[in-house]
Design a protein around this ligand. Structure first.
Ligand SMILES: *Cc1c(COP(=O)(O)O)cnc(C)c1O
Length: 475
């Protein structure tokens, strides 16, 4: 208010400053309040069920569907969000959430996310955010180095592995066609030479969706048989050529095992084809000297899709698309408009599907900065070791392991007619959360260990709950 006492000619400026200051003061107050509420939420982690109970789920009705006609006090909006939202949030960070493939968020990443939310940077072009551009470039390089990918490789951040798969498949499609003398950018796809896809019959559905979006229909796909661990069978691989797009997988969502890259990639590439690897979570095995051999040869591919938000334990949403040659990515993604011209090599809007995009790399940067190479490896190894422990505990209790543990995935059966009932019981009890799947025609319980905060105590407590639930279904 002191500035109001200044001369009249300063008055207009001062008023604007005061309004600005009030906005910032409100934001600061709200952020402090949010941090306090988040702290309370985290403090209850151990005593809360992993999946919210019926009561907080019912209270979600307190989020009214009626469009508010007038402004409300932002502090009461935040209080309402906390009162009815926090008790209904699923606890991925409990150490006892085994559903799907869900990492939690590393402490430093959550905090970096809050700080960068205050920054609110757009990294479409470096000039829009020098700090965002610098951290993005560093994180992209670190990820490639951790994963043992070639020095020439270029990584860009996107919303998840689905979009990373799409990005890479578009780059593959355009590059294969360009090499055959067909410019997709000019001619589109009508009349283009056909691209032949070979994919594991176990390929993830997001890859099939990406193909569809890329204008490559199911008739163009040859599905290759897999072995008992869900790995592509090398002897079932057909002849490939310069119009082949081979889609491989690091980390089967059920078994955790990977395709035999070392036997397949050189063969496809020497015929002129493109190899893309979906390694949403499994590619991170390459960051651990103890597990890298499970994805041996993966670095030989042309492109890779992975996530930070699963096994690296970055907050949602963060996927990573990586191409061995930057020019392939640029050819598929760059657009032309005078006002968007840039002198920079690494203008993200010309290397990714999005134009405006939040500086998603920041959380990944923070995690790697805090852990270093050995810390990331330890994080991967911890989940893999605990997966072995979980499998041992469940088998000691009488469950049947349906596949040897691959990386962080555990697949067990409690008998064909009982497995789904056990899963439902476990979910009801709330100590931990597990999901189901069908593996080689049989119903199975699948456990994915992706939360970095998991401990041996979490595993033992969860295994007890699962076995207890099984015994109850038999009473
Ligand atoms: C999760 C997953 C995807 C999809 O990733 P999103 O980040 O959810 O889009 C693709 N492939 C595999 C193997 C996955 O586990």
């Amino acid at each position: 208010m002191k500035s109001l006492a200044m001369c009249v000619c300063c008055l207009a400026v001062s008023k604007a400053t005061i309004v600005g200051t009030m906005e910032h003061a409100l934001k600061t107050r709200l952020l402090a309040d949010a941090a306090r509420r988040a702290g309370n939420f985290l403090a209850l982690s151990d005593s809360s069920p992993v999946f919210p109970a019926p009561e907080p789920l019912g209270a979600l009705a307190r989020f009214s569907e009626d469009l508010p006609s007038d402004p409300a006090d932002p502090e009461s909006v935040l209080a309402h969000l906390d009162e009815f939202g926090s008790p209904a949030a699923v606890r991925y960070d409990s150490g006892r959430y085994f559903g799907f493939v869900m990492g939690s968020s590393e402490p430093v990443a959550t905090a970096a996310s809050v700080l960068s939310a205050a920054w609110d940077q757009n990294v479409a072009l470096p000039v829009m955010s020098p700090v965002g551009a610098r951290l993005d470039a560093i994180a992209a390089r670190w990820v490639c180095e951790l994963l043992g990918l070639p020095g020439s490789a270029t990584a860009t951040f996107c919303s998840g592995a689905s979009i990373a798969n799409l990005t890479c498949i578009l780059a593959a499609r355009d590059a294969l066609l360009a090499r055959a003398g067909w410019d997709v950018r000019e001619n589109g796809l009508c009349g283009a030479p056909p691209v032949n896809v070979v994919a594991s019959e176990e390929i993830h559905v997001s890859v099939l969706k990406a193909l569809r979006v890329a204008g490559i229909g199911e008739k163009a796909i040859t599905f290759i048989e897999t072995d008992e661990l869900g790995r592509m069978r090398v002897d079932a691989l057909p002849e490939t050529d310069s119009m082949t797009m081979a889609l491989l997988q690091a980390g089967n969502v059920n078994t955790g095992h990977s395709d035999p890259f070392i036997d397949i990639i050189p063969r496809v590439r020497s015929s002129g084809g493109w190899v893309h690897v979906d390694g949403a979570f499994g590619l991170w095995a390459a960051a651990s000297p103890r597990r890298a051999q499970q994805v041996e040869g993966v670095h030989l591919a042309d492109s890779w899709a992975t996530d930070s938000h699963k096994w690296l334990n970055a907050p949602y949403d963060a996927g990573i698309a990586i191409c061995a040659r930057e020019e392939d990515l640029r050819y598929a993604m760059a657009i032309d408009a005078a006002y968007l011209k840039t002198d920079s090599d690494r203008a993200l809007m010309h290397l990714s599907l999005q134009m405006s995009q939040r500086a998603r790399a920041i959380e990944t940067w923070a995690i790697i900065a805090a852990k270093g190479r050995s810390g990331v490896a330890a994080m991967i190894d911890n989940n893999c070791d605990l997966a072995e422990r979980m499998a041992r505990r469940l088998c000691e209790g009488g469950a049947t392991l349906l596949a040897p543990v691959g990386l962080n995935q555990v697949l067990v059966s409690f008998g064909e007619n009982e497995t789904d009932r056990v899963i439902a019981r476990v979910q009801e009890e709330g100590t931990c959360w597990v999901g189901g799947t069908t593996w080689k025609g049989e119903r199975a319980m699948r456990l994915s260990l992706s939360d970095a905060s998991m401990t041996e105590a979490d595993i033992d407590r969860s295994a007890e709950s699962i076995l207890r639930s099984w015994h109850r279904t038999r009473m």
